[in-house]
Design a protein around this ligand. Structure first.
Ligand SMILES: [Zn+2]
Ligand SMILES: [Zn+2]
Length: 332
């Protein structure tokens, strides 16, 4: 079964991909699907003795370009659609035990180029929204420890980016400005929540952080996606990201679990769904969001009652305090 169903009471689509139940779950190190398998000894994904960054289709995709027809019929109340789109895996290194902090800025620079390239290619294939993300650590349900992320290409704009675009459109209509540009200027002006700064990008704990050690990384100039980031600025970003990942891993002295997402401009579709009559680029300001679940070395923040049922986050560390702690861990 591979389909998506619409919740008419909330306006959200839910994807069902029951074949994913059988996906690789914490395989032994000698049968890792992302480790180089040049002689096809364990049905690995990569037939090379070594690689730097590798991108390929997810073997257990939630969304695919040619999904089977839904199992049930669509009605006016209960809408059902095939789960179309594309799911890719992006492996960061052939080294099973590597981390982005250990791999260094040069490898991160290559990753940035790969993310930008896939954004362009998947957009040109006609998909509407390209979301690179990474789930890291068993604390957030990772089934495979090899350093890697994923790239989902959706055929519509998922709920959270759509909500952000609607707010950006509303802000732009009201003020004539980009909300994220204003946030970056306010953070640079204040300084207390900035944890690292490059020439072109800043990393800060948001004023409204949903997780104690949440980090947002944005370009100082209005930029709609990584494709629009210059060569020089990509190198600047890679150095900044490397410093941030190093600081996060030094925070409690172990590789910090997190969920990372890269938000960019939609690649297709009409901005009118966000209430905007200009271009997507006007209301899309590229940003990375890193949300670690840890609130201390041994305690996790759970998405529980108020968050899950109320949609209202509550956090017990002030963003200014968290930023000062993180700043002290980040190498200059
Ligand atoms: Zn591996
Ligand atoms: Zn902007």
């Amino acid at each position: 079964m591979s389909e998506r169903r619409f919740d008419p009471t909330s306006g959200e689509w839910i994807t069902f991909a029951t074949h994913r139940q059988n996906r690789t779950f914490l395989p032994p190190a000698n049968a890792c699907p992302l480790c180089p398998d040049p002689k096809n000894e364990w049905d690995g994904e990569i037939r090379r003795p070594d690689y730097e960054v590798a991108v390929f289709d997810n073997r257990f995709p939630a969304l695919s370009p040619t999904p089977p027809a839904p199992d049930v019929e669509s009605t006016e109340l209960y809408q059902v659609e095939p789960a179309t789109g594309r799911c890719e895996v992006i492996a960061y290194s052939s080294d099973h035990n590597a981390t982005l902090a250990k791999l260094g800025a040069e490898r991160i620079r290559l990753l940035i180029d790969a993310w930008a390239d896939r954004y362009q290619v998947l957009g040109a294939e006609g998909h509407t929204y390209v979301l690179p993300f990474e789930n890291r650590g068993e604390a957030i349900g990772v089934t495979l420890h090899h350093p890697h992320g994923q790239i989902y290409a959706y055929d519509d704009i998922p709920a959270r980016p759509l909500r952000k675009l609607k707010k950006a459109a509303e802000y732009r209509t009201r003020t004539g400005r980009c909300v994220e540009c204003d946030v970056v200027a306010a953070e640079l002006d204040d300084g207390r929540r900035i944890i690292a700064e490059g020439e072109h990008f800043i990393a800060h704990v948001p004023f409204w952080a949903r997780y104690p050690y949440e980090v947002r990384i944005s370009p100082k100039q209005h930029t709609h996606s990584l494709v629009a980031v210059s060569d020089e600025a990509r190198t600047d970003l890679s150095r900044l990201l490397h410093r941030v990942f190093t600081g996060l891993d030094d925070l409690f002295g172990f590789p910090l679990p997190y969920v990372l997402g890269i938000f960019s401009s939609p690649t297709n579709g009409s901005p009118s769904v966000a209430g905007w009559d200009g271009s997507w680029d006007d209301i899309s300001h590229l940003h990375f969001l890193i949300s670690p679940p840890n609130r201390s070395e041994s305690k996790l923040k759970y998405i529980a009652g108020t968050e899950q049922m109320g949609g209202a986050y509550s956090t017990d560390i002030a963003p200014e305090v968290a930023a000062a702690t993180l700043r002290s861990k980040i190498p200059s």
